[in-house]
Ligand binder design. Structure first.
Ligand SMILES: NC(=O)c1ccc[n+]([C@@H]2O[C@H](COP(=O)([O-])OP(=O)(O)OC[C@H]3O[C@@H](n4cnc5c(N)ncnc54)[C@H](OP(=O)(O)O)[C@@H]3O)[C@@H](O)[C@H]2O)c1
Length: 308
């Protein structure tokens, strides 16, 4: 599924990509869908284009960024993986039958995890893992967007008590993955409690509203944002960074680029069953656009995945 120009996704026959020395070729079994796939397809906010994705048209024409599949071929300098290994990780252009990835951006898929579950992990679970690390050993946490792609991993990865914020119909889902309490934002916004850490994955609330839910030395972790403008789209993040030095609360805004160690860490958690991806919908490759639209509707119940 290819976007040769911003905003248009089409099915195209392309040659199987060539493998560089530090890369492997993967036969794709499943590809995760997240808001990043939309931003790279749409080229909005325009800041995305300045971040190296291509100014007038996408540099990487094939959509998608998360993958689970089988190693088909390895480059000359690849040492950790061999042909036939089952892997998951980050691979630009994963909405395709084949994709290449850097060896360091992949981990082995544990046998107890399905292709769909493994493809759900890379971007969203690394983002959640990084959020938990920057928050430190916080005791009580509020997770906003707890039933979404990043939120369902945060609820599982945070080590202290979690209060999940989601719409009421998803209360059982978030309790099932470990939330001790649930706040239905449609009735009670963020509730009245105070927390050592507030993770915001949804991104539509003012900083003042979020900080009111923190204990005096609490940490606010901003993981997502609803882009409000076509140009920069990260106004709240910029405001948070400017405000940070002047307030007692710690404010952390994350842009996550994954590491090999994080994929290995997540692989171990999947293997020992302490992390279980929550799957929302699956789509065939030909419906990649519908998959992206479904995620961007903002009502996810875990992760949506494209299967091949
Ligand atoms: N920092 C990074 O590097 C990074 C990496 C990956 C993703 N992200 C960002 O993280 C954000 C979340 O991504 P995601 O994949 O988790 O999104 P997602 O799967 O679409 O989940 C969004 C969740 O928010 C809930 N929600 C909707 N309206 C809400 C409201 N008003 N208040 C509270 N919750 C509400 C939705 O369900 P219910 O309302 O029904 O509960 C849904 O479960 C995106 O902005 C994405 O771009 C950032």
């Amino acid at each position: 599924m290819v976007h040769r120009t911003y905003g248009r996704l089409e099915a195209v026959e392309m040659p199987v990509p060539a493998v560089k020395d530090d890369e492997v070729l993967i036969r794709v079994k499943a590809a995760g869908v997240d808001p990043g796939a939309f931003h790279r397809m749409a080229g909005t906010p325009y800041l995305v284009r300045l971040m190296g994705f291509g100014f007038t048209r996408p540099n990487q024409p094939v959509a998608g960024g998360d993958v689970a599949g089988v190693v088909e071929k390895i480059g000359a300098n690849v040492t950790r993986l061999k042909v036939g290994d089952e892997v998951f990780g980050a691979a630009e252009g994963s909405f395709a039958e084949f994709v290449v990835a850097k060896e360091g951006m992949l981990a082995r898929k544990p046998a107890n995890v399905s292709w769909e579950q493994a493809a759900a992990v890379p971007t969203s679970a690394v983002t959640a893992l990084r959020g938990v690390k920057v928050a430190g050993p916080a005791k009580k946490a509020l997770v906003i967007g707890a039933a979404g792609g990043v939120g369902t991993f945060l609820v599982q990865l945070h080590e202290g008590e979690v209060t999940a914020v989601c719409s009421g119909g998803k209360a059982d889902l978030v309790r099932g993955i470990g939330a001790a309490h649930v706040v239905d934002y449609t009735k009670d916004d963020l509730g009245t409690g105070r927390y050592d850490v507030v993770y915001d994955t949804y991104g539509n609330r003012d900083l003042k509203v979020l900080r009111r839910r923190l204990t005096p030395n609490g940490t606010l972790v901003l993981l997502g944002g609803r882009p409000t403008g076509r140009f920069v789209g990260i106004g709240r993040t910029v405001r948070a960074l400017l405000l940070g030095p002047f307030v007692r609360h710690q404010i952390k805004a994350l842009f996550v680029f994954p590491t090999t160690q994080e994929f290995d860490d997540l692989g171990e958690r999947l293997a020992n069953g302490t992390l279980v991806p929550v799957l929302d919908r699956t789509f065939p490759l030909s419906e990649a656009k519908q998959a992206i639209d479904h995620v961007m509707a903002g009502r996810a119940k875990g992760k949506s995945v494209i299967t091949l």
